[in-house]
Design a binder for this molecule. Structure first.
Ligand code: CA
Ligand code: CA
Ligand code: CA
Length: 317
């Protein structure tokens, strides 16, 4: 599935060769086109001494808006400079290829388990080594109800630290009421997704650092009886949502809308708690939408702003 690596190596080789053959005796000097300004350049997150992990729903990427959507998404990812970006809603696989081509310092993968909206990852080649790529496919009859898209697992090494990322996009919608006796209820389906993911993490990654992230399509701050995340929330010694305070905080920090509700989450397992509590750690919505005028972000790019988790490297296991 890592089918973009060869292309990137080819491009890098071509660039190197061009660099090795300067001048070539051409005395004409052509004016160099100025680099287009990146409207998101003030939103830099990337630091050498921290792991930054982003989740971002790209909203039917890039079905309607064509090249602009690709170019804007590339500018956001480049400006943020995070180590890994987990994305949801890749609608046109070739556009995701275009996105990777526009990001020469990054590599990426996309899944193809859904017929119209897929999961993917983009990572910074200079800091991240991918050890494996896989999917969570629980062997239970109801798994399809939980997962319209199989959770996409990326095992990485970042600056010598091994960890696993699990990206997912839960079933949307619902009426806010968790109706556990109805297997088709949207809230029940999201609750089942949490149950199956918890089982998988506890089984496959006991005692290991795991980051679960994605568009989980529900509110962490809901009342307990209607909260779809209680499997995790009931085990605070094992799991913590890094964005819990965002969900409980003011609306301008919420990811969907942006500012209308908070649906994109990043959860970590216990081995990452010290990093999460360390000075310099943070988890927040990055309101890149504010860099564009008058609703252009929503029209041309996405209805979600990215959410980032920053973990200081010195505190990683
Ligand atoms: Ca970094
Ligand atoms: Ca809810
Ligand atoms: Ca319901």
């Amino acid at each position: 599935m890592i089918r973009h690596l060869c292309l990137i190596v080819t491009l890098a080789t071509a660039a190197l060769l061009m660099g090795l053959l300067p001048g070539c005796g051409n005395s004409e000097t052509r004016p160099v086109d100025p680099q287009p300004e990146n409207p998101f350049e003030d939103f830099v997150l990337g630091r050498a001494d921290a792991l930054e992990v982003v989740t971002w729903n790209l909203h039917n990427f890039a079905e309607d808006a064509g090249r602009d959507e690709v170019a804007l998404a590339a500018q956001v990812i480049e400006a943020l400079g995070a180590d890994v970006v987990a994305v949801q809603e890749i609608a046109e696989s070739s556009r995701f290829d275009d996105l990777l081509e526009a990001l020469p310092a990054w590599s990426g993968v996309q899944a193809n388990t859904d017929n119209y909206q897929n999961l993917g990852y983009v990572w910074l080649d200079s800091t991240v080594t991918v050890r494996s790529l896989g999917e969570v496919r629980p062997q239970v009859d109801e798994a399809w109800r939980a997962f319209p898209r199989w959770p996409l697992v990326l095992e990485i090494t970042w600056q010598g630290h091994d960890l696993a990322l699990i990206n997912n996009h839960f079933k949307c919608c619902g009426d806010g009421i968790l109706e556990s006796s109805n297997p088709n209820d949207e809230e029940t389906r999201r609750q089942l997704a949490c149950d199956l993911l918890e089982e998988h993490i506890a089984g496959a990654y006991a005692g290991q650092p795991v980051i679960l992230l994605g568009d989980l399509n529900d509110n962490l701050a809901d009342a307990w009886e209607n909260n779809v995340f209680t499997t995790f929330l009931a085990q605070p010694e094992a799991y913590r949502f890094a964005d819990q305070e965002v969900a409980e905080g003011p609306a301008n920090g919420w990811s969907w809308g942006p500012g209308r509700s908070h649906l994109d989450h990043i959860m970590v397992t216990a081995p990452l708690f010290s990093a999460l509590e360390a000075d310099g750690a943070a988890c927040r919505t990055v309101r890149v939408d504010r860099a564009l005028p008058n609703g252009q972000f929503g029209d041309d790019l996405s209805d979600h702003a990215p959410v980032v988790l920053i973990l200081p490297g010195a505190f990683l296991p």
